[in-house]
Design a protein around this ligand. Structure first.
Ligand SMILES: *[C@@H]1O[C@H](CO)[C@@H](O)[C@H](O)[C@H]1NC(C)=O
Ligand SMILES: *[C@@H]1O[C@H](CO)[C@@H](O)[C@H](O)[C@H]1NC(C)=O
Ligand SMILES: *[C@@H]1O[C@H](CO)[C@@H](O)[C@H](O)[C@H]1NC(C)=O
Ligand SMILES: *[C@@H]1O[C@H](CO)[C@@H](O)[C@H](O)[C@H]1NC(C)=O
Length: 383
C-alpha cells in the first residue's frame, strides 16, 4: 500500500518533469569565439610578375611598416601609439605593426601593445614607466625578455603575454603582480623560484604550452598563497600538479594525458569549486571512489575520458559533465549523495545537482526513476 503510493507520487513527479527532462546536446556554434585576438594582417597575395621577380624580402623588412598616427596633444606620445586626451593614463599601441617598443611615458598606467610584431622586451623603453599597472603584450613574437624589465615596475598588477614564442616563464616578476597570462606560448621550463615572490597572484594561465610532469616540481606553485585560478590545460601532463595552493577556486587541466588522481588529492582544498579534466585519460581505475566527494565543488567536468561508471560526488555539486565516456548504466541509488530513505522534505538535504551531461556514453533514455527521485533540483539532463 505504502510502496504503491510512493511509486505513484514518483510517477507523478516523473510526468510533471518529464517534458523538460530529456534534451539533445546543443549544437556547437561553428563561429570563432568573439574576443579572440586577431591574427596579424596576412601578407598581400603574391601576383605573378611579368618582369623577373625580386628576391623574397627577409624579416624584418617583410613586416608592414609601423602605422603612425597624427601628432598628439601629448608631446611625449610615441608616434606609433594613440594617446587619448580623455584617458591620459592609457597608451594605446595595439595593432600598429610595431617591432620595437617605443619609450613609455611616465604617466602611463595602462599599456596596450597587443597584436604587433614585437620580438624582444628590453629595459630601455620602460626606464621611466614606474607607474605601469597593466601591460598587454598578447599576440606578438616575443621570445626574449630582459630579466630586469618587470622587476623595475613596482606597480605592475596584470601582465598579459599570451600568444607569443616564450620558452620559459619570465623571471624577475614583481611581487605586486595579480594576473599572469602566458597561454599559447612554447613554454617548456618554469625556472626554480620564479613564482616565489608572487604572494598576491590570483590568476596564473599557462594554457596551451609544452609543460610535462618533470617541469612542475613539488614546490613550483607553493608560494602562490592567493592563487584563485590555475589553468594548465592543453599541456602534456600525465599527473595531477603537486603542491597547488589551497586557496584555489578554479583548476583547469583539460587536454592533458592525466590517467590517475591520487586518493586524497582534493582533501586540502576548502574553496575549490570548479574542476575541469575534460579530454584526459581517466578510467575508473585512476579515479578513487571518493576523490570527487568534495563539498566545495560546484562544477565538475570529466567529459571525453574513459570512465565506465559515474564517480561519487557531494550533494553540493551543481553541474556535472560526463559526456563522451564509456558509461553503460546509471544507478540513482548508488550515486545519490544522501540515502533515498532520508527525509528529503528537508530542502537543505536535497542534492543541488541541476545540470547533468551524459551524452556520448552507452546509455539510453528513459532516465531511471531513482535518479529523478534523488536529484529533485535537476532541470536539465542530456543523455
Ligand atoms: C621621465 O619622467 C620624468 C618625469 O615625468 C621626466 O621629467 C623625464 O623627462 C622623463 N625621462 C625620459 C627619458 O622620458
Ligand atoms: C598584496 O595585496 C595586499 C592586499 O591588497 C596589499 O596590501 C599588499 O601591499 C600587496 N603586496 C604587494 C607586494 O603588492
Ligand atoms: C562523502 O563525504 C561526506 C563528507 O565528507 C561523507 O559523509 C560521505 O559519507 C561521503 N560519501 C560517500 C558515498 O562515501
Ligand atoms: C542500484 O543499486 C542498489 C544499491 O547498490 C541496488 O540495490 C539496486 O538493485 C541497483 N539497481 C539496479 C537497477 O541495478
Amino acid at each position: 500500500m505504502k510502496a504503491s503510493a510512493r511509486l505513484l507520487s514518483a510517477l507523478t513527479l516523473f510526468l510533471l518533469l518529464g517534458a523538460v527532462f530529456t534534451q539533445k546536446p546543443r549544437a556547437k556554434k561553428p563561429t570563432k569565439a568573439p574576443g579572440s585576438p586577431r591574427k596579424p594582417p596576412a601578407r598581400p597575395p603574391v601576383r605573378k610578375p611579368t618582369v623577373p621577380p625580386l628576391p623574397e624580402p627577409k624579416e624584418p623588412t617583410d613586416f608592414p611598416p609601423p602605422l603612425l598616427g597624427p601628432p598628439s596633444i601629448f608631446p611625449d606620445c610615441p608616434r606609433e601609439c594613440f594617446c587619448s586626451p580623455s584617458y591620459p593614463n592609457a597608451l594605446n599601441c595595439e595593432n600598429r605593426n610595431i617591432r620595437v617598443i617605443p619609450v613609455i611615458p611616465s604617466r602611463t598606467h595602462y599599456l596596450y601593445l597587443q597584436n604587433n610584431y614585437i620580438s624582444e622586451i628590453t629595459e630601455e623603453p620602460f626606464l621611466n614607466a614606474s607607474d605601469v599597472r597593466w601591460i598587454n603584450l598578447a599576440n606578438n613574437r616575443i621570445h626574449r625578455i630582459d630579466k630586469q624589465v618587470f622587476e623595475k615596475l613596482p606597480a605592475l598588477l596584470y601582465l598579459y603575454a599570451q600568444r607569443n614564442q616564450l620558452n620559459e616563464v619570465p623571471s624577475g616578476l614583481p611581487a605586486t603582480l595579480e594576473q599572469l597570462r602566458l597561454g599559447r606560448n612554447r613554454i617548456t621550463r618554469i625556472p626554480t623560484g620564479v613564482f616565489s615572490k608572487l604572494g598576491n597572484l590570483t590568476l596564473l594561465d599557462l594554457y596551451h604550452n609544452q609543460l610535462s610532469d618533470s617541469d612542475l616540481g613539488k614546490n613550483t606553485f607553493k608560494d602562490l598563497k592567493s592563487l584563485v585560478q590555475l589553468n594548465l590545460a592543453h599541456n602534456t601532463l600525465k599527473k595531477m600538479p603537486a603542491g597547488v595552493p589551497n586557496s584555489l577556486v578554479q583548476l583547469f587541466l583539460d587536454r592533458n594525458r592525466i590517467d590517475d588522481i591520487p586518493k586524497a588529492y582534493f582533501d586540502s582544498f576548502s574553496h575549490l569549486a570548479f574542476v575541469r579534466l575534460n579530454y584526459n585519460q581517466l578510467s575508473d581505475k585512476g579515479v578513487p571512489k571518493n576523490v570527487f566527494n568534495v563539498s566545495s565543488l560546484l562544477d565538475l567536468q570529466l567529459s571525453h575520458n574513459q570512465l565506465a561508471s559515474i564517480p561519487l560526488f557531494s550533494g553540493h555539486l551543481e553541474h556535472l559533465h560526463l559526456n563522451h565516456n564509456s558509461i553503460e548504466s546509471i544507478n540513482g541509488t548508488q550515486i545519490c549523495p544522501y540515502s533515498l530513505q532520508a527525509d528529503l522534505s528537508d530542502m537543505s538535504k536535497v542534492p543541488k545537482l541541476r545540470y547533468l551531461r551524459l551524452d556520448g556514453n552507452h546509455l539510453n533514455p528513459p532516465i531511471p526513476l531513482d535518479v529523478i527521485m534523488c536529484f529533485r533540483l535537476l532541470h536539465s539532463i542530456v543523455i
